[in-house]
Design a protein around this ligand. Structure first.
Ligand code: DAH
Length: 346
């Protein structure tokens, strides 16, 4: 009988031991909560014969009020008790606090973000690709011939594979992301692609097996080498200052035609010639060129209609020039005496 159950629950509620906060919580779950006994009883109300339903319903409502009143009263008491709890009289408030050392941004992150900000202002977005890359994106689609030395084990980290499986490498540059971007969208394309790259090199002050590059790619109708030069001038002057000069030196990359190397005024001697720039007054910051029509075609873009430029730069190199850091290994050693010097740099 429903009335018997109500009477039993009422007795339970009245006698429930509500000493601790845990007990109060259990009480709520058992009775007033969404899946508690009261909700159950309200559900059963529809099984009570019509003529009794009104009376039983009233009893149930009273029971609910009782349960809620007990709960709220005890909750308030417990809250008040914890707020007034006496402080530990043995605690010494004059003790010094434990210093909380704040970390600093890594110089490579600072420079990467500055590069992204500078190029975002002229409409470039950021794209990313995988660090474990297949041979096709890293080499083939970029026009590297089958026997190119970069495909050699001496320069590239190959990922172990089962016989017959495709070749996987740790990407040796960020250029494969160009291919991924072009395959996934049609022009206009204005993207930069920062990321980590790997090469099988002995670690020294000037070389590392893991470093960072940032790639830029611009594809549209009527893009010319003049657009490339203008963007590089803007970029270099925003990053290093208005008095910087830029020089394009003819070069070769399999995926650009024509290709050039980008030199800027040596920051150490301001162009006068020193041992860093080997007396030339210039230092190299990256490679660039017009995207080879074969690369556009391989990536699903019509080279008759569109042209594009690309460049790739080393973020470590730019950071070393900007902050006059002389050893590449400092970037990965996590020596806080080095890292703390970048505190507060935006
Ligand atoms: N991927 C080249 C490297 O790692 C750099 C590079 C040169 C990227 C020319 C480019 C480019 O996008 O156009 O040495």
């Amino acid at each position: 009988m429903m009335q018997d159950t109500i009477a039993r629950v009422r007795a339970e509620i009245a006698a429930y031991d509500l000493t601790t906060a845990e007990q109060l919580d259990q009480f709520r779950i058992a009775y007033t909560g969404r899946k508690g006994q009261l909700a159950d009883l309200f559900d059963q109300l529809k099984t009570v014969p019509q003529e009794e339903r009104r009376a039983v319903g009233q009893e149930l409502n009273q029971l609910k009020q009782l349960a809620q009143a007990r709960f709220e009263e005890r909750q308030q008491e417990l809250e008040a008790a914890s707020a007034n709890a006496p402080a530990d009289p043995t605690f010494d408030y004059t003790l010094p606090t434990v210093p909380q050392a704040l970390g600093t941004r890594h110089p490579l992150s600072l420079v990467r973000e500055e590069i992204v900000r500078i190029l975002a202002r002229i409409g470039f977005n950021v794209a990313e690709g995988p660090e474990i890359e297949d041979d096709w994106h890293n080499f083939t689609a970029l026009n590297f011939p089958e026997n190119h030395p970069a495909r050699d084990m001496q320069d590239t980290f190959f990922v172990r594979r089962e016989p017959g499986e495709a070749e996987w490498v740790l990407r040796t540059h960020t250029s494969p992301v160009q291919v991924r971007v072009m395959k996934s969208q049609q022009p206009p394309i204005r993207s930069i692609m920062p990321g980590r790259v790997y090469r099988n090199e002995a670690i020294s002050a000037r070389a590392h097996m893991m470093f960072h590059q940032v790639e830029a790619l611009f594809v549209d109708e009527n893009v010319s080498f003049a657009d490339l030069k203008q963007t590089v001038y803007y970029f270099v002057q925003e990053l290093f200052g208005n008095d910087m000069q830029v020089r394009f030196r003819p070069s070769f990359f399999p995926f650009t035609e024509p290709s050039a190397e980008i030199d800027i005024t040596c920051l150490i001697c301001k162009g006068k010639g020193c041992n860093i720039c080997k007396g030339t007054g210039w230092v190299e910051i990256g490679g660039c060129g017009m995207v080879d029509p074969a690369v556009l075609e391989q990536s699903g873009i019509d080279p008759e209609r569109y042209s594009g430029y690309a460049w790739g730069m080393g973020i470590e190199r730019i950071t070393m020039l900007k902050y006059q850091i002389k050893d590449l290994r400092l970037f990965t050693e996590n020596d806080t005496r080095f890292l703390r010097q970048f505190e507060g740099v935006q």
